[in-house]
Write a protein that binds this ligand. Structure first.
Ligand code: F0G
Length: 494
């Protein structure tokens, strides 16, 4: 049996160095490793051409450091791996599910759990259950791609209610993911509470650079939700890291435990859903609540879309890993690792002149492509171009988070993103410090050669979530020129 990780919940993660050097210290040891491949730049150019200059379409043998996402790519603990060995295979009544439900109750403090195969499946179920009227409005701090796609698919619309500071790339505001309380109340008054099935708060708001909200802010949202009788839904996919940053940045919680902060946050929501590909470092998802009526409103949709109510489309092995991973979320010395590496990466790049989203958030480091590629118009996808150029010169795969990730409006016009970001995800406990130093080195080189990067245009554009499978081509021969400059500066080096 595995050691319950929650016995370690008092462990802190901030280790000081005697000489004052500010570097993250790995509080784990790698015991299974996977060989990586750094293929030559000529092959990287060919791989980009084969994949339509879209980093989603690269294959891992061509990728050195995979910083596409932190979703399903985290290192599992020995205890998670061990738990997977005693999974209980059963269509109905699996004890693996009972263990996951117990972990949800212990950690997220919700009694009723609906299992789903991943986070977006929870968004589908929620949207299907609650968006009954065309034009129903979901106010949120900010959208996530799949949340927006599901809401609009069911005829709903969204209102994004961040404070202006959230859009300020270089900021020191500790909680850029806060919901704008004044605007929330205005929107409810304008729309009418009856047309608002729920308010959605996303922990560590992904698309603005993994930026957290404060508990003070969530309390204020709860108060408004109570006043108008509207449900509050928490997207808890990045909850562990949001809780860690609350401890770091919100004075009231400076000496609180992860467990207390997490319970406070989930306690403010009527419904909590999560992608277990992030929360719990495994693969799967869930929707949970303490309200039986709410549970019943969604119950029938699980067998319809996902699978029976005791597996929800997940493998029982993953369900076991989720249970252990949820308990490990209570251990600050585990959760702090990714945000600390991100902070080191962001601060080092800022010191080298690269414009980055600050303060450092969670999930990954976010490069400001609007600034770095200011010579590329938004019509030519500066963040997508930067993602392609960075892969070309480093073998590192990041993800475009800008206009390419937006969907066109109902008239087919582009909707330009508020921010053009290249996201370099830092999956939990996967990379070493020397690998992070390689990222800094190559991004610094690209920054100094940034004017050589050119734009992209679509040659194949799918109608929904186009960034996943879309194909593009460069507007000129800039990739070939960049290869030549790389060879001039690095010679034979890969
Ligand atoms: N909510 C948030 C905040 C997310 O970041 C994601 C996924 C989802 C929901 C959907 O979860 O992938 O399990 O279906 N984010 C991934 C990413 C895809 O790369 O940021 P999923």
């Amino acid at each position: 049996m595995c050691t319950p990780a929650y016995t370690l919940s008092k462990m802190k993660g901030n280790i000081k160095f005697y000489k004052g050097e500010n570097i993250p210290l790995e509080l784990h040891k790698p015991r299974i490793v996977q060989k990586l491949h750094l293929v030559p730049i000529e092959r990287r150019l060919q791989a980009l051409q084969e994949g339509g200059f879209n980093t989603f379409k690269l294959n891992t043998p061509d990728v050195f450091l995979d910083m596409l996402t932190d979703s399903g790519t985290n290192a599992m603990s020995d205890n998670q791996q061990a738990a997977m060995m005693h999974a209980d295979d059963a269509y109905a009544g699996s004890q693996s599910f009972a263990r996951m439900a117990k972990a949800v109750e212990d950690v997220l403090k919700k009694k009723y759990l609906l299992p789903v195969h991943q986070g977006r499946a929870a968004e589908n179920v929620l949207s299907c259950a609650y968006i009954k009227k065309k034009g129903a409005l979901i106010p949120m701090n900010y959208h996530f791609t799949t949340a927006l796609a599901h809401i609009t698919q069911y005829g709903g619309r969204i209102a994004e209610l961040l404070y202006d500071e959230a859009y300020n790339i270089a900021s020191s505001h500790p909680f850029k993911g806060n919901m704008n309380i004044e605007k929330l109340e205005e929107v409810i008054k304008e729309t009418g509470a009856g047309n608002i099935p729920f308010i959605r708060m996303e922990a560590s708001t992904n698309l603005i650079g993994g930026q957290p909200f404060s508990i003070a802010n969530m309390r204020a949202v709860r108060e408004i939700a109570n006043r108008y009788g509207i449900r509050l839904v928490l997207d808890a996919s990045l909850l562990g890291e949001n809780a860690y940053l609350v401890i770091q940045r919100e004075p009231e919680f400076a000496s609180a435990s992860m467990g207390d902060v997490i319970a406070t946050m989930t306690g403010l929501a009527d419904i909590v859903y999560f992608s277990a590909r992030k929360l719990s470092s495994s693969r799967g998802g869930g929707i949970c609540t303490n309200n039986l009526e709410i549970y019943r409103e969604m119950e029938a949709l699980i067998p319809l879309f996902e699978g029976f109510l005791t597996y929800g489309g997940m493998s029982v092995r993953e369900i076991e890993a989720i249970a252990v991973g949820l308990y490990e979320t209570l251990d600050e010395s585990i959760i702090c690792q990714s945000p600390q590496f991100i902070s080191y990466l962001v601060n080092s790049l800022v010191a080298n002149g690269v414009s980055m989203v600050t303060p450092p958030g969670v999930l990954g480091a976010h490069v400001d492509a609007m600034k770095l590629c200011e010579h590329i118009p938004q019509t030519q996808y500066p963040a997508g171009a930067l993602a392609a150029a960075f892969y070309l010169i480093s073998g590192i795969r990041g993800m475009e988070r800008g206009t390419m990730s937006n969907q066109r409006d109902e008239n087919g016009n582009e909707t330009y993103a508020d921010m053009e970001l290249l996201r370099l995800a830092v999956p939990r406990r996967v990379f070493t410090l020397s690998q992070i130093k390689y990222v800094i080195d190559r991004m610094t080189w690209l920054y100094e050669n940034r004017k050589m990067i050119g734009g992209l245009k679509f040659v194949y554009e799918p109608p929904v979530l186009r960034f996943f499978m879309g194909e593009l081509e460069p507007v000129s021969d800039w990739p070939q020129k960049l290869v030549a400059k790389f060879k001039e500066d690095f010679g034979d080096s890969l």
